[in-house]
Design a protein around this ligand. Structure first.
Ligand SMILES: Cc1cc2nc3c(=O)[nH]c(=O)nc-3n(C[C@H](O)[C@H](O)[C@H](O)COP(=O)(O)OP(=O)(O)OC[C@H]3O[C@@H](n4cnc5c(N)ncnc54)[C@H](O)[C@@H]3O)c2cc1C
Ligand SMILES: NC(=O)c1ccc[n+]([C@@H]2O[C@H](COP(=O)([O-])OP(=O)(O)OC[C@H]3O[C@@H](n4cnc5c(N)ncnc54)[C@H](OP(=O)(O)O)[C@@H]3O)[C@@H](O)[C@H]2O)c1
Length: 280
């Protein structure tokens, strides 16, 4: 049975007018949960005289017993979203309703189909606020001293929507400093509207985030292969995706010829190389 508790907003950081990071503390204490899960935030909507609930990916990791963190977009078009509008008018100290953490789509694979340890390279693909579960992944792998290679790819329309750029860049710098045997982490971002004036300073990867997987016909390699230093295959890599269905389909299409299949369509031996959660 799904239970619900009240939770207090303890932190609120407006990244831009319609993008916020918030932290919540449940009044009943932090429940046990799995990194990569989501939960519902409920708020009373005065016009509807009821509590409306929406799902949000947890951007903090399960080892963090202090608070839940979220990164949330204020939906304003075609009409103001019910919950996000209330949330954007809320303040530190205000209360919301929290459901139980749930969802298995983005639970981290630690064991292979044959019960061996899953030591594959972890490639995380986040579109917009779909980065949230991969912030949780990065913190989890870091704090549990996991030695797997981790690559986080983030796609955004505008440079000021690269919500965790500094945090992820610092994790990569730490990897360079400590050495890949100790902490093996890289982060790359893609900007999908490079020609817009606001993105004029961007000199990184351009296009939607799934273009990291597009194979160049001449070289037979994709940007992600170049980063990995080898052709990615389901034997050496597992891909996690959170974002629009177009992002998910783009990655699936580009990697199918390499033998990547999703967890929903496992191979006959039970193996798979892609897990995803769609914006739906
Ligand atoms: C598993 C999961 C995880 C998620 N994680 C995140 C996350 O980490 N961060 C995040 O920002 N979001 C996340 N979402 C999305 C979130 O759950 C909400 O869907 C989103 O915040 C919008 O909620 P809302 O109540 O503000 O909008 P709603 O009121 O539900 O509106 C939804 C859409 O309908 C439109 N609309 C509203 N009323 C009307 C009307 N009368 N006529 C026509 N159109 C209308 C709105 O403009 C909007 O486009 C997640 C969703 C899922 C399923
Ligand atoms: N897990 C979930 O279900 C989940 C998680 C987070 C957010 N959401 C909801 O999803 C909505 C938008 O999220 P957002 O604001 O984070 O995204 P966003 O910032 O609008 O877009 C992020 C990136 O996705 C690209 N994109 C847009 N439409 C696409 C499509 N159809 N296929 C592939 N890529 C596409 C954008 O490219 P362009 O610049 O070309 O548009 C941009 O590069 C919000 O309503 C949010 O509440 C759901």
């Amino acid at each position: 049975m799904v239970t619900e508790t009240k939770a207090k907003i303890i932190y609120r950081e407006l990244l831009k007018e319609d993008l916020v990071v918030i932290r919540l503390v449940p009044e009943t204490g932090m429940p046990e949960y799995q990194t990569g899960q989501f939960l519902t935030i409920g708020l009373p909507i005065p016009a509807e005289k009821k509590i409306v609930r929406r799902a949000y990916s947890i951007a903090s990791h399960a080892e963090n017993r202090d608070y839940f963190e979220f990164v949330i977009r204020w939906v304003r078009k075609p009409l103001p979203g019910r919950v996000t509008t209330e949330l954007f008018y809320s303040s530190v100290g205000d209360e919301v309703y929290l459901g139980d953490p749930s969802g298995t789509a983005l639970q981290i694979s630690d064991t292979l189909h044959n019960d061996e340890k899953d030591n594959r390279r972890v490639i995380c693909v986040g579109g917009g606020t779909g980065l949230a579960p991969f912030i949780a992944f990065a913190k989890h792998f870091h704090d549990t001293n996991d030695k797997r290679e981790v690559i986080v790819l983030h796609g955004a329309s505008y440079v000021d929507e690269l919500s965790y750029k500094r945090f992820l860049t610092d994790l990569e710098l730490e990897s360079e400093k400590r050495g890949k045997e100790e902490w093996n982490f890289r982060y790359r971002a893609a900007i999908s509207r490079p020609k817009e004036f606001f993105n004029r300073s961007w000199n990184g990867h351009v296009g939607r985030v799934e273009s990291f997987f597009k194979v160049d016909k001449k070289t037979g390699l994709s940007p992600i292969d170049e980063m990995a230093g080898e052709e990615i295959t389901p034997e050496n890599s597992i891909i996690y995706i959170c974002g629009y269905q177009g992002t998910i389909d783009g990655v699936i299409d580009s990697t199918a010829s390499r033998g990547f299949v999703t967890e929903h369509e496992k191979k006959s031996d039970g193996s798979f190389g892609i897990k995803f959660e769609s914006y739906g």
